[in-house]
Design a protein around this ligand. Structure first.
Ligand code: SGN
Ligand code: CA
Length: 522
């Protein structure tokens, strides 16, 4: 850990705020910290310049780190949107909060969540943007959410009054406009607030705002070294359907916008539907930008490696253009905190619902417990708190207890995560956890990533794929950071294999994952 203790306000559940007393003299008053939680969708740390300088420039996201902390070992418990959101709200693994996958589950909104507990403790709570839990939000004084995945252009929003209304504009701007409006005009300023800003960006199919379409066209990106992974010794990795090179998995029309009436496309109709949402000005700007690219694509008709490279480059560019809006809009929120003085009493959190593949192993999408999608970016800025890197292993079930402790609320015993507040204060707890548990359930489903669970430490990772397969994998993350060499059953690694199996069972018992325990003995 490389931390500098902050010099500002006291932290420990309460912030010291200097308010002017009767005699005009400043008097210290204890006020609970506000919480601004910004969560994006499918934004991965490879595409965030404070984590990785190869591709993206994200000056506003980097601002949070410059005045706060960067978690270098931040992970999710189940790498998929709805499940991640449920883990975050409850502080519990999927088998305890009941939301296992995006396709069959409805979030039980009557259960305990951190916004409800904050509300009971006198906070005003709000959520704006992507919700994706099928039932409507509970535990919020104010909410306005998009149905399902939401649309990039002129999206629908469900209001608290029960209306579903079309809003003119680009979704990342609209979510920020609504969040700022609540902060400035609607909330009760006598109460501390907890605002969750949940963006749709960077979700598929990466449709940028028209003003950013021209960006990044002069950049060419080299394929990642694992792009042509042959998945030797990894049958579940071989069976997925999230390959950039495959036109079945990454559709040139839907994903890369190469729509032409006389050309086929598996996802042509859904893409035409997305275009039909645009107003005439948006559509004109869109077509003006994409038409020459479409012409050239069908004229040159790249094949084989050239086609894969072309697809990868279009994917990277579209992702980066979409990211520009996200970074700009995070900047708008940070500016408002600065201008209003709220920055001094507000914890700022930026994270994503999971990581994402940017061509590693040849993939887009997520789901696997392999590093790129198991990790998620996590940066925080706590006034008076620590600065620098926090290297301890943390997971999205830790956010709920962190916010509760910050608010001075007792953490219920059934919460499975651990408060990150000691780390945010710059402490080095001697007994911090050394391993994390993961369980992914959505199969059979889109992208065909098989069910699996596993345990990871700073050095080793053990994964068990089950259901229509019974396959174990063991990786030495130090020697093999790209997870290409499955060491399971290799006698040379019998000792770490045994230790990781023991650790797996220990965590399954601790978290009471009875399904996982049963599947160990397949
Ligand atoms: C959609 C996407 C998938 C994506 C899932 C889950 N397909 O179904 O590519 O994996 O969402 O993503 S799309 O054709 O609708 O774009 S999640 O982040 O919401 O879990
Ligand atoms: Ca997601």
């Amino acid at each position: 850990m490389n931390l500098k203790q902050g010099t500002g306000l006291a932290v420990g559940g309460l912030a010291t705020v200097l308010l002017t007393g009767c005699g005009g003299r400043p008097e210290p008053v204890m006020r609970p910290m506000n919480i601004l939680y910004i969560m994006t969708d499918d934004h991965t740390s490879q595409m965030m310049s404070c984590y990785d300088r190869r591709y993206a420039s994200t000056p506003n996201l980097d601002r949070i780190v410059a005045e706060g902390v960067r978690f270098t070992n931040s992970y999710v418990a189940n790498s998929l949107s709805g499940p991640s959101r449920a883990c975050m709200l409850t502080g519990k693994h999927s088998h305890k909060n009941g939301f296992y996958d995006n396709t069959t589950c409805v979030f039980d909104g009557s259960q305990q969540t951190f916004p409800k507990l904050l509300q009971a403790a006198g906070y005003e709570t709000a959520v704006v943007g992507k919700w994706h839990l099928e039932s409507l939000p509970t535990g919020f004084d104010h909410w306005e959410v998009v149905p399902g995945q939401g649309d990039y252009y002129n999206p629908l929003f469900i209001t608290q009054a029960g209306d579903t209304l079309r809003n003119e504009g680009y979704i990342t701007n609209l979510i920020t406009d609504k969040s700022l409006h609540w902060l400035k005009e609607e909330r009760d300023p006598s109460k501390p607030f907890c605002l969750l800003v949940h963006h749709k960006a960077q979700h598929r199919n990466w449709m940028a705002d028209t003003c950013n379409l021209a960006l990044y066209e002069d950049r060419t990106f080299e394929l990642p070294e694992t792009f042509f992974d042959a998945y030797e010794g990894r049958p579940a990795a071989a069976a997925q359907e999230m390959s950039i090179a495959s036109d079945h998995d990454m559709d040139p029309v839907y994903d890369l916008k190469m729509l032409r009436n006389d050309k086929p496309g598996r996802l042509k109709a859904p893409y035409e539907h997305l275009l039909s949402r645009m107003n005439p000005d948006q559509r004109t700007a869109w077509d003006r930008f994409y038409e020459p690219l479409i012409e050239e694509f069908y004229r040159t008709n790249p094949q084989g490696r050239a086609r894969a490279e072309w697809k990868y480059n279009r994917y990277m560019r579209d992702y980066l253009k979409t990211l520009k809006s996200l970074d700009d809009n995070v900047g708008r929120l940070l500016d408002y905190l600065d201008e209003s003085g709220l920055a001094e009493t507000t914890l700022v959190v930026y994270t994503s619902d999971q990581g994402f593949y940017m061509g590693e192993h040849g993939w887009f999408d997520k789901r696997f417990m392999y590093e790129e999608s198991y990790r998620t970016p996590l940066v925080m800025r706590l006034p008076g708190g620590a600065r620098g890197d926090i290297d301890q292993m943390v997971q999205n079930i830790d956010y709920a207890p962190t916010f509760l402790e910050l608010a001075g609320v007792a953490i219920p015993e059934d919460i499975q995560g651990v408060s990150l507040l000691p780390l945010l204060r710059g402490e080095e707890p001697a007994d911090w956890r050394r391993s994390l548990y993961y369980h992914f359930y959505e199969y059979p489903a889109e992208h065909m990533v098989k069910r699996h669970y596993g345990v990871s430490t700073d050095r080793w990772k053990l994964i068990h794929f089950y259901n229509d397969i019974n396959h174990w994998e063991l990786y030495d993350l130090q020697a093999d950071p790209h997870e290409l060499h499955n060491l399971y059953s290799d006698p040379a690694f019998a000792a770490p294999q045994r230790e990781m199996l023991e650790e797996l069972v220990r965590l399954q018992r601790q978290y009471d994952d009875t399904l996982g325990l049963r599947m160990n003995d397949l």
